[in-house]
Design a protein around this ligand. Structure first.
Ligand code: PLP
Length: 460
């Protein structure tokens, strides 16, 4: 700590923050009147702010990241030991933790065999988009370069990832965008696009096929989807959906990319979200939970079949993936990720995630019985959403401001929950929970009872 500060006085930190920091995803006008929150310390499921106030964190660092919880000394030690040995060398060469983590990771991903390191979810997704564009050039004479993405999904913050944004409020005002990205329908039955929702999953697949046929299958190289849509409202796909999507990809020779930036490495109770649905992806990207935020790391993982396409003619100077991520060579990422995955195994956190996920959804359902404002609860593992409505029969979405009042009320009680945030016009109405995979029943009870109080105070 800065020697000019008293242990309990972070006034200077707050002043500096107000003067110099441009916070992510934040409207700054309110900070002219109130102080920004500074998170000072974390342990397990809990964090403390500049006032020493304790919070239980039901969103793993705000954005579903700190999967193994705060204050893990074994990860800190693994990173420290590695940094002293070798902090960095470009990934044109290999590293011990890079090699060891890839091997460990791929044990959890049968059918996939190559890991490309980068350092953010957006960047990993961009790698896949670039690979697909290069495959289009190499294999199809420039055809099959279009990339399909889904309404309500999000794939990152760069201009090209925003070109694949199914969340208009994230993309708005940042165009012009990269050409060649085409939207397919969302799969949230609660907000069905069809008059009759019977066999909803199959209907969405059919509507997706219509987009493929409209565009021309010979123009489409990739379908990029979240396994469970995260920021677009915690959308668990309906029965029949994934099977149908896999069949479409096979039928029209479209590579399948699953964006596991949120769901990857345990969040939904399996190592990867797609593993709930028997899907065989050609690409998987991951970031947030890979090292639980102890170091920046993301991975784009693919098959040997895709990898081989980039080395078939070694005399051609352009016949390889001419891409680098400078910080993809930082060794802290895979060192932290290796220890992170060891923790999940040693503490059996996947089983805990399944068990606590069931418990949490039951508790949310009880809350729904009590509060008419909860239209639907949904989720998988410790990744849960409660969609708020003005009227259950019409499903008219609750105003974003009222939903924000619920999260603010929980915050004042010392419980940090999330909500869909400036993503979908008129539909930023889902409360989100994604506690660390170490959550206990007591933790869940504390979170749910604060939501109970907040819903009563805001709506009754
Ligand atoms: C599904 C999904 N993909 C990609 C990203 C982008 O990741 P990053 O912010 O690390 O670039 C996010 C971020 O929230 C995400 O939710």
């Amino acid at each position: 700590m800065n020697q000019h500060l008293n242990a309990n006085d972070l006034t200077t930190v707050v002043e500096n923050d107000k003067a110099h920091i441009w916070h992510h995803l934040s409207q700054h006008a309110p900070y002219e009147k109130i102080d920004p929150r500074i998170i000072v310390e974390g342990k397990g499921m809990r964090v403390w702010d500049q006032h020493g106030k304790e919070h239980i964190d039901a969103v793993s660092g705000g954005v579903w990241t700190v999967n193994v919880g705060y204050g893990r000394e074994s990860i800190a030690n693994a990173v420290r030991d590695q940094l002293i040995k070798l902090n960095y060398f470009a990934q044109t060469a290999g590293s011990i933790p890079g090699s060891m983590f890839a091997e460990k990771l791929l044990q959890k991903m049968p059918g996939l065999s190559r890991v490309y390191y980068a350092n953010s979810g957006s960047e990993a997704n961009e790698k896949v988009f670039k690979m697909v564009r290069q495959i289009s050039e190499k294999k199809y004479g420039g055809k099959k370069n279009k990339i399909l993405f889904r309404d309500r999904d999000y794939h990152g913050t760069t201009i090209t990832c925003l070109s694949a944004s199914g969340q208009p409020q994230r993309a708005s005002q940042y165009g012009p965008f990269t050409p060649g990205f085409v939207q397919v329908p969302h799969c949230l039955e609660y907000r069905s696009q069809f008059e009759d929702s019977e066999n909803y999953g199959e209907q969405v697949v059919k509507a997706t096929e219509e987009v493929i046929l409209r565009e021309g299958p010979d123009t489409i190289g990739l379908m990029c989807l979240e396994p469970v849509t995260a920021g677009g409202g915690v959308i668990t796909p309906p029965d029949g959906y994934w099977e149908g999507i896999q069949n479409l990809c096979k039928k029209y020779d479209i590579l399948l990319h699953i964006d596991e930036v949120v769901c990857g490495v345990g969040r939904t109770g399996t190592w990867f979200g797609y593993q709930h649905f028997g899907v065989k992806p050609d690409f998987v990207t991951m970031a947030k939970g890979v090292a639980s935020g102890y170091a920046a790391i993301s991975c784009a993982v693919t098959t040997e079949e895709v990898f081989d396409m980039f080395k078939d003619n070694s005399d051609d100077p352009l016949n390889y993936f001419r891409d680098i991520s400078t910080f993809g060579g930082c060794t802290a990422g895979p060192a932290a990720a290796l220890e992170n995955i060891n923790i999940i195994e040693n503490e059996d956190l996947l089983s805990n995630t399944v068990e606590m996920g069931h418990y949490a959804i039951d508790q949310l359902s009880e809350l729904q019985d009590k509060h008419a404002v909860i239209g639907q609860v949904r989720g998988k593992g410790l990744f849960l959403g409660a969609e708020l409505v003005k009227d259950r029969s019409t499903r008219e979405p609750m105003d974003e401001k009222m939903v924000a009042a619920v999260t603010a009320n929980c915050m004042s009680q010392g419980v940090i929950i999330g909500m869909t945030n400036r993503s979908l016009p008129g539909l930023n109405n889902t409360l989100c929970l994604s506690p660390a995979l170490i959550a206990t029943k007591d933790d869940i009870d504390e979170i749910i009872s604060s939501m109970d109080v907040a819903l009563s105070e805001v709506f009754e």
